[in-house]
Design a protein around this ligand. Structure first.
Ligand SMILES: [Zn+2]
Ligand SMILES: [Zn+2]
Length: 259
């Protein structure tokens, strides 16, 4: 199993428009963050989690050339606005619709924003086409399973995702945009080889975990390695990572991990 962090920032990522200058060191390329999304390869099956506004450039920079399954964690702008660029992956599959999984209310949002991608007729070449499917609790693929669980994110819920590759037995949990984890999420994450978790910034936030909260969750899950993601401009890579406990790190755009 492999994960590529296409983007690791918030909408207040780095650099910002009229960058305030009191955040992180822009000389360090690891502080240049696009909006949060990730690409997972499970025994050759390509799964895209979310499509940031920079999705097209993220795919080019990270050499993403295939996409079999798309999962939207929730329909906030920083996760959904790149979905139009899925059109290229439809093209590469001779116009086949991409299976798009999410919760029902988020599928409704996709259909409202991209009505031209949701229809029964064959898709003209060059257009995106989505096959909208409610994300089940367990999605069984030939190459492995993807479990999902709702997590609190302010007034909405996001999908927490747990991937288990059949061939290797390797397990990865991806918990972005959450204020806390539920008992079910802790149970599903038991024994993960890698945990990816929301760690927005140092100070508290109503709908995201701050770094202290993310570290506490990570210490309960006890994955061999944990990476924080979805950071704001205030999180400097070098100084923040130096302050984290052993086996907890900051993700950065372009980071690729193999399990
Ligand atoms: Zn977000
Ligand atoms: Zn969000």
């Amino acid at each position: 199993m492999k994960i590529v962090f296409l983007g690791t920032g918030t909408s207040q990522g780095v650099p910002m428009i009229a960058h305030p200058g009191d955040g992180c060191d822009l000389e360090n390329p690891k502080n240049w963050r696009t909006r949060c999304s990730a690409h997972i390869e499970m025994d050759g099956h390509h799964i895209q989690i979310d499509a940031a506004p920079e999705f097209r450039l993220q795919c080019i920079h990270n050499d993403i050339k295939a996409l079999d399954t798309f999962i939207l964690t929730h329909a906030h702008a920083d996760h959904i606005m790149g979905m139009d660029d899925l059109r290229r992956f439809c093209d590469l599959k001779d116009g086949a619709a991409i299976p798009v999984y999410s919760a029902p209310k988020d599928l409704e949002r996709i259909a409202a924003i991209f009505p031209y991608a949701v229809h029964d007729d064959p898709v003209p070449k060059g257009y995106p086409s989505f096959d909208l499917i409610e994300m089940p609790g367990v999605l069984e693929l030939e190459e492995g399973r993807i479990e999902s669980t709702p997590l609190p994110h302010g007034p909405v819920k996001v999908l927490g995702l747990i991937f288990t590759e059949k061939k290797s037995g390797k397990k990865l949990a991806y918990f972005t945009d959450c204020k806390s984890l539920t008992e079910e999420a802790y149970q599903l994450a038991e024994g993960v080889d890698l945990l990816v978790i929301d760690g927005l910034r140092q100070s508290e936030h109503p709908s995201h975990m701050n770094i202290t909260e993310a570290v506490a969750c990570a210490q309960r899950i006890q994955a061999p390695k944990t990476y924080l993601t979805h950071m704001t401009y205030s999180v400097d890579h070098t100084t923040t990572e130096a302050s984290l406990p052993e086996s907890i790190f900051l993700a950065y755009d372009g980071l690729e991990l193999s399990l």
